[in-house]
Design a binder for this molecule. Sequence first.
Ligand code: FAD
Length: 480
Amino acid sequence: MEKTEKKKKHTDFSAHDNPGKEPPEGVSRRQFVAGAAVAAGLIGSGIIFPKELRAVEIPKKWDKTTDVVIAGTGYSGLAAAIEAHDAGSQVIIIEKSRVIGGNSVIASGAYNAVDPARQSKQGIEDSLDLHYRQTIEGGDNKGDPEKVRFFVENALGGLQWLERMGVEFEPKVYAVVGALWPRSHDPAEKGRGGAIIKALKAQVDKRKIPIMMPCTLTGIVREKPLDGDVLGIETEFKGKKLYIKAKKAVILATGGFAADVSMRSKYVPQLDANVPTTNVPTATGESIIYSEDIGADVVGMDYIQLLVACNFYTKQYGSLANLGIDSAIFLNTEGARFVAEDQRRDVLAESVLKQPGKVLLWVADDRCQKRFNPKITEDIIAKGLAFRADTLEDLAKVLKEKFNVPVDKFMQSVKIYNESAAKGVDRDFGKKQENLKPLQQPPFWASPTQAGVHHTMGGLRTKGTTGEILNRRGKVIPRF
Ligand SMILES: Cc1cc2nc3c(=O)[nH]c(=O)nc-3n(C[C@H](O)[C@H](O)[C@H](O)COP(=O)(O)OP(=O)(O)OC[C@H]3O[C@@H](n4cnc5c(N)ncnc54)[C@H](O)[C@@H]3O)c2cc1C
């Protein structure tokens, strides 16, 4: 049984925790002064810390004890569990959903890495420096060079680790939509991201690592509200509070906040409830707020990526338009091309938002579509959420009926694009030669698509490449 020092739970931080009236760690002087002024104005004496900070008291009794507790069962949660276990730690995973996998399980599973063995067979020149440069420049030079370098240099190692975990990858690489170079690897098993989760889950089961679900992280327990070691977590499990002590570390692998309209529009007001999301409903980011409660710093919260991958009809992820751009063109409902299909994701999303009805018609030949999971494809077609035809003329007729696309204009756009592909130069929009393949292999596909909130790239600030979480003064929060 664990000892406890305090009785009350969920207290606000109050003046007696800070007798010298210096801002506590994690609260800026401006917030401190503002909080004090408001408090003084309201009650005339004493200082009250910002109400939104919520401290979780150390429980009288921990319900469970382990070395490492991990929240989240996406790629990162399962991978962290396997590695922690293999390094000799006892691990518990919690997951708030009734199904495992978060966004990872619905993801397309495309994995970018410089891979000389595969790329050289396809005559693709690539290098770590190019991948680094494209990633830094793709992020408008805002990315942390140390982290980007680490990511680029370890991408192939990560892929090989997944192979050791039982994930098989296709022998050929390509450029997934929004990628800047053909270095995207697809898992061979249909289901893609789901195939990765399946393999990692099998490894977790093999190691007998328990997954508690549905079990929701509701707070982080620290020695003192803004000081000392992280001791464990508060969760909600079967309708009750349940406390798990972590002797070595708490690891958050709870993903982003694309599905939480209030949180995303706090940082980017335009991303209100009218903008759909590609994410699962549990991508709500509350763990970031619980981490701020114990003094953690956040970074890049207003960097939110949109992807043209929401189905026009359902407003959810379910378009066929996220997997291939080589033998595909993007048309608007007037039948005109309007962007190079291999542009950056932000350029694609912005250009789609300017089209009539904010609609993109992704039109592709069968080679391009083949990357999609056939079961999902058939389902989408059967429900009338995307269209297939044996000839381009027949596809044009369908688009005329559904979106009033002028048939002549559609046929002309395809013809001009195919001529550009034959010459290897896209004079109209500058699609790169390696991605410029004609639409010629039937059947042909059309997927009406919209931009949706896809990646919230911000999150907790971490130290270098260690993953340790920093407070607002740049100090590591121990065991977190
Ligand atoms: C439709 C789609 C397609 C994508 N395709 C690709 C692709 O092809 N290539 C690529 O590189 N990336 C892709 N991505 C992005 C990629 O899926 C994510 O970057 C990745 O899955 C994130 O993994 P994760 O483990 O951090 O989070 P997730 O996989 O989202 O897992 C987080 C888990 O934490 C759980 N959780 C959240 N809050 C709590 C809580 N309070 N308590 C307990 N559990 C909690 C969630 O339920 C979830 O299971 C795609 C994303 C989407 C949405």
